[in-house]
Design a protein around this ligand. Structure first.
Ligand SMILES: N[C@@H](CCC(=O)N[C@@H](CS)C(=O)NCC(=O)O)C(=O)O
Length: 206
């Protein structure tokens, strides 16, 4: 199994999931600054020229949410992805919330700061995006309440997506102000699997 990624990107989600799942994989760094994600051989795997990408035998998978869910389901005996429909329903809800509600304002900020070509950037969108992020964070805070993880006692892939997105916000000085979200972020980022994932991506030992 091979994971294509780059430090400080959404590929951390995939590597974190692989580490939580205890799976063996090769990590292949796609040097974004050198444009390796725009080269023909990489575009064959990921036509959008993005990281992460997962290759597992014949399977080529893009989209961090799909990759994390696949890796979690592949981990025998783990609860990273719920097995029954009743638990799977809120799991899907919070995974979707992470990528469509919580992440989107951050992605808007990133796009209009450094991702888009300069002529397509609209700096005036920043206030709206920050306001949207704050609104999504308060929905998450209410949903989490006083539970350790979003589904309760069990850490799942939904926590990887949510915590990675909160970490992304904190690194952009948009830390969620709610106490329960701060504790949640600390709890999730304190996991050893994340430390291993970080060293796998950066090559630095912890
Ligand atoms: N929806 C995709 C987004 C992937 C994405 O946009 N990745 C960024 C890094 S976080 C990327 O590869 N950017 C390179 C580029 O757009 O040129 C996912 O969740 O996997």
């Amino acid at each position: 199994m091979k994971i294509y990624g780059h430090p400080k990107t959404r590929s951390l989600r995939a590597v974190w999931a692989a580490e939580e799942a205890g799976l063996e994989y090769d990590y292949h760094k796609v040097r974004l600054m050198r444009g390796e994600h725009r080269q023909a051989d990489y575009l064959q795997l990921n036509p959008g020229g993005k990281v992460p990408t997962l290759v597992d035998g014949e399977l080529v998978l893009t989209e961090s949410y799909a990759i994390c869910s696949y890796l979690g389901s592949k981990a025998h005996g783990s609860d990273l992805v719920p097995h029954n429909a009743d638990d799977r329903a809120p799991y899907d809800q919070w995974c979707s919330f992470a990528i469509t509600e919580l992440e989107q304002p951050l992605w808007t900020i990133a796009k209009h700061t450094f991702v888009l070509p300069e002529e397509h950037r609209r700096p005036e969108i920043m206030d709206t995006a920050e306001w949207e992020f704050a609104r999504a964070a308060s929905v998450l805070s209410e949903g989490l309440a006083d539970r350790p993880y979003i589904l309760g006692e069990t850490f799942t892939v939904a926590d990887i997506l949510l915590a990675h997105t909160l970490l992304w916000a904190a690194n952009r000085e948009l830390a969620a102000e709610q106490r329960n979200l701060q504790d949640y972020l600390q709890r999730c980022t304190g996991r050893e699997a994340l430390q291993r994932a970080n060293s796998r991506e950066t090559g630095k030992t912890v």
